[in-house]
Design a protein around this ligand. Structure first.
Ligand code: NOJ
Length: 699
């Protein structure tokens, strides 16, 4: 539809119809086909109002979407199609690894492919918009939502966020395989105090600009269509009523032109935050701050018309938001086909390739943390198998609400499929059988419900029972490989002395079991790296590799002193650092040369050799330290990464250039510029990479 027609449509709309476009409800409201009972009754909503709303959250099937859209169109005056939004976080029916796992791949193409495949499947069920990616930077593994994130590094998270948006949205939204993306949660939600979900956030501008905004900027650069405001407060004002964040920063400075949606019932929660006295004030604060769509409350529906009539909100402002909604519907092709291909028999609906892809993607996302010559396992070996995750279908992880766990492959099944004949032992009394095994796989970790929204913990340690299990197994057999199924970094200190191998499989998704065995058996040579630090204890949290230099940091000269930034009962080092992960090859960085290209461009040349007979991949990582800066800066910052494949015995040469944008930083006045002086570069395969050289920028 041409823009002039959209404007004409807007002209025809009554005030109530306009407001309705900004209201989002769940499918529940349509189950009575508009009878004023149940949820409608609770919200004091009339049938007429229901058939004026703009969008629906969380339908499950194509049939639901067809039925709701049909009922809606039959009953609404202007017949503006509904838009269907949902949380498609790591796949729809076919479940891919959790986002934290995908970030572990350090492979943007892999993330983009995952988003494309998720969009392909979700659009076949009638979804138009996904509430993904989650761009929140995270540093506290107690927070259950770390699994939805790209980890602790702003550069990694930015690259991944961009890849998601590109993958979901494709080239053009009228293409029926695409989803519009909604990046969330704007902003700061990842810093909820003490890792407790929905808790207070308080942070400096520098932290905001340096760590939390970059991934949102990347999403906006990639053309993301929607932004979701977060639950937390920022400078005491909930994001959902925060003019500074939503107008000054998001609109004026970051130039976001799409729609802003409140998180679930967040407009209502302004009352709980005690920054609004009632529905009217809450709606006023949210809308005037820049929140355009109200998710699942009737606040906009019932308060915006009055606010407009009272002159507290300008009609122009409402018109702008409604027009954007109409434009999004138009871009998605909904005016031409409100079912967006659901009724088109010729549309490709073959999902079979997705499972094979899910297996491959999961294999690329698992991190091998420890391998004392125990992996890969061989078909000739007798393998013991124990632990709560050994034949569990709970491998999909949180936010896999459509995926069917019964269809997921368990580890035991995976071993059998791959030709192993594991001795699976369930009862303690049978552990003695493990004596006769060459190696024992102990599969432990978390259940899905321990991750995601509302799933914070005060301890990230492996449960006492699971630690005891490992010790018990150790009594019978000392060749232990731990497979961890987990949503977050875990404290593995207690089991370290007892195990020879540790594979972090995260929640791997539908193909879990076989994908884990791919890595354990060497069919897939692991290449993923930690996107979040694994601390030695929960007490070290929040923790990330890119902490700021302090006045009393620890170094080799003072690590035994008291008055330095340290703990009395633990050192500061992590158990496994950010960027760390092993493989089955022997890949080494042989030479790194740093040189100047022009005044503000530095070139890093490297040579990587695979000294082994095993083809493999390494994630080359470049970290930087700007030696003297106006404000305290991270000890190290990731500036570049690349997944590099190296064939057996092969040597690969490469070159990276870093320019002004990479070398600049946010100053106290929030200017983003580069200072003259020296920069150290650390090049290697994890965040502890050695110093490769220094380069000086002369103004
Ligand atoms: C609340 C969550 O915070 C958000 O991430 C999600 O998209 C919405 N609920 C909708 O389910």
């Amino acid at each position: 539809m041409e823009q002039t027609k959209l404007l004409a449509l807007l002209d025809q709309m009554t005030l109530e119809e306009k407001v309705g476009q900004l209201v989002q409800l769940t499918p529940m409201f349509f189950s009575e086909q508009g009878e004023v009972t149940g949820p409608m009754n609770e919200l004091e909503m009339t049938k007429e109002e229901l058939f004026q709303i703009g969008s629906v959250l969380g339908t499950r099937t194509k049939e639901d979407v067809i039925s709701i859209q049909t009922t809606y169109l039959a009953n609404s005056r202007l017949k503006i199609p509904l838009i269907f939004m949902a949380d498609v976080i790591h796949g729809y029916e076919t479940i891919f690894p959790i986002p934290l796992a995908l970030a572990s791949s350090f492979d943007t193409e892999l993330v983009k492919t995952t988003a494309e495949l998720s969009a392909f499947e979700a659009t076949r069920a009638g979804v138009h918009v996904t509430f993904s990616p989650m761009a929140d930077l995270v540093r506290d593994a107690r927070w259950g939502r770390v699994l939805e994130s790209n980890g602790e590094d702003p550069y990694l998270s930015s690259q991944m966020t961009r890849a998601y948006v590109e993958g979901y949205q494709g080239e053009i939204l009228s293409d029926k395989d695409t989803l519009a993306a909604c990046v969330k949660h704007f902003v700061g939600y990842g810093e909820a105090e003490a890792g407790r979900d929905y808790n207070t956030v308080d942070m400096s501008d520098l932290n905001l600009y340096q760590n939390h905004l970059p991934a949102f900027r990347a999403a906006i650069d990639a053309g993301v269509k929607l932004v979701m405001s977060s639950f937390n407060v920022w400078r005491g004002i909930p994001s959902t009523a925060n003019k500074y964040l939503l107008k000054d920063v998001l609109r004026n400075e970051m130039h976001f032109e799409g729609l802003v949606i409140a998180d679930y019932a967040a407009v209502h929660e302004l009352i709980n935050h005690r920054v609004a006295a009632d529905k009217k004030e809450a709606a006023y604060r949210a809308f005037s701050a820049g929140v355009e769509i109200d998710m699942v409350t009737d606040y906009y529906q019932h308060a915006l018309p009055e606010l407009i009539q009272d002159g507290l909100i300008e009609m122009d402002q409402l018109n702008q938001s409604v027009l954007k909604m109409l434009e999004l519907k138009n871009e998605l092709g909904l005016f031409e086909d409100p079912y967006r291909g659901l009724k088109d028999e010729t549309l490709d609906r073959d999902m079979t390739p997705l499972r094979a892809k899910a297996r491959e993607i999961a294999g690329q996302s698992m991190v091998l943390l420890k391998n004392e010559s125990i992996l890969p396992i061989q078909p000739s070996e007798k393998i013991g198998l124990v632990g709560p995750k050994a034949n569990s279908h709970d491998v999909l992880g949180a936010w896999s609400w459509i995926g069917n766990p019964d269809k997921a492959i368990t580890l035991e099944d995976g071993l059998k499929q791959a030709g192993f004949n594991p001795t699976y032992v369930e009862r303690e009394i049978d552990y003695v059988q493990l004596k006769y095994c060459d190696k024992v796989i102990v599969a432990v970790g978390e259940i899905s419900d321990e991750g995601g929204e509302g799933a914070s913990k005060t301890s990230i340690a492996l449960s006492q029972r699971q630690v005891e299990l490992i010790k018990e197994v150790y009594h019978w057999n000392q060749n232990i490989i731990v497979v961890l199924v987990n949503s977050r970094p875990m404290d593995l200190s207690a089991i370290q002395p007892y195990v020879k191998g540790i594979l972090v499989s995260w929640f791997p998704g539908s193909e879990a079991g076989i994908a884990i065995v791919d890595v354990l058996s060497g069919r897939v040579n692991p290449s993923a790296k930690l996107p979040m630090t694994f601390p030695q204890s929960t007490g070290q949290l929040p923790m990330s590799y890119n902490f700021l230099s302090t006045g009393r940091g620890i170094n080799e000269h003072n690590h035994a002193q008291k008055y330095v930034s340290r703990y009395l009962d633990s050192d500061n080092a992590p158990l496994y650092p950010f960027g760390f992960g092993l493989n089955y090859s022997q890949i080494e960085l042989d030479q790194v040369k740093i040189s100047q290209i022009d005044q503000t461009t530095v070139e890093i040349k490297y040579q990587i050799t695979n000294h082994s007979e095993n083809a493999g991949s390494e994630i080359l990582q470049v970290y930087m330290q700007d030696k003297v800066t106006e404000v305290a800066r991270p000890e190290r910052e990731l500036k570049y990464f690349e997944k590099i494949h190296v064939a057996a015995k092969e040597t690969v040469n490469g070159m990276i250039r870093l320019g002004k944008d990479d070398l600049s930083y946010w100053h106290a006045d929030l200017s983003f510029t580069m200072d003259p002086g020296a920069f150290d570069f650390f090049v290697g395969f994890d965040s502890h990479a050695p110093l490769a050289g220094t380069w000086t920028y002369v103004e």
